[in-house]
Design a protein around this ligand. Structure first.
Ligand code: PEP
Length: 253
């Protein structure tokens, strides 16, 4: 039985006071998180150290991105070695906003995956098609090549540390969610693709999150799909009550 993960991607939102208020609220509620759900929060990198110091945090921390280098003359970058030293468990990698606005290719994402694993930070690897690709019936090809190009050089042991997030780009921040059938179909396809490369045991174990306009109203149905193991949540993770509802719905799925 796979555990569920509900991860909140705060993106570039909130002042430090607002971020601390939300983090403290979640910490206060953490004793009521369902036991089968791991809650992950990805605040702006600038706030990770401050949030990490909250006592009995009760949720895991993630970066939203990181460098493919460990240390050195890379002005403005965040090192996975530094993340690890601050107890940051995960880093989101290959988010569509990184691909679109910062021109991250599959090759760059693959090198970030390697850097994270080298430093014992677990990648939350994002993949997903744009609307034109779905309309043209190319969504499976797009997602397959993203997964293959960024992950399939890994050994079985390395791959077992990766969390996959399927995030159709047309659903991110738009209020348009993939239907339950569309989400389930793609998640099953990703799992079958993984099985083809790494075998059934690894494929059955890999956690595949859905992301794209998940909210307090639609999360229960999406998370009830057999191959959907929770969510990567943007906008709705910025409000404590909505995020709590989403976390609780994962516990019942
Ligand atoms: C995201 O940024 O990963 C995301 C899914 O955003 P939203 O939930 O706002 O669509």
């Amino acid at each position: 039985m796979r555990k569920k993960i509900v991860a909140g991607n705060w993106k570039m939102n909130k002042t430090i006071d607002e971020a601390m208020e939300l983090a403290v609220k979640l910490q206060e509620e953490s004793s009521s998180f369902p036991k089968n759900v791991e809650v992950v929060v990805a605040p702006p990198a600038l706030y990770l150290a401050t949030i990490e110091m909250i006592e009995d945090l009760g949720f895991s921390l993630s970066a939203q991105n990181c460098s493919h280098h460990d240390f050195g003359a890379f002005t403005g970058e965040t090192s996975p070695a530094m993340l690890k030293a601050m107890n940051v468990k995960y880093s989101i990698l290959g988010h569509s906003e990184r691909r679109q606005y910062f021109h991250e290719t599959d090759a760059i994402v693959a090198s970030k995956v390697d850097a994270c694993l080298r430093n014992k930070v677990q990648p939350i690897f994002c993949c997903g098609e744009v609307l034109e690709e779905r309309k043209a019936g190319k969504h499976f090809d797009t997602v397959k090549s993203q997964v293959e190009n960024a992950l399939f050089h890994l050994t079985k042991e390395e791959f077992a540390k990766v969390v996959i997030a399927y995030e159709p780009v047309w659903a991110i921040g738009t209020g348009v969610t993939a239907s339950n059938d569309e989400a389930q179909e793609m998640h099953a396809f990703i799992r079958a693709t993984v099985e083809g490369k790494y075998g059934k045991e690894i494929a059955d174990a890999v956690i595949i999150l859905y992301g794209g306009s998940v909210n307090a109203t639609n999360s229960a149905e999406l998370f009830a799909c057999p191959d959907v193991d929770g969510g990567l949540v943007g906008g709705a993770s910025l409000k404590a009550n909505d995020f709590m509802t989403i976390i609780k719905s994962a516990g019942q799925a």
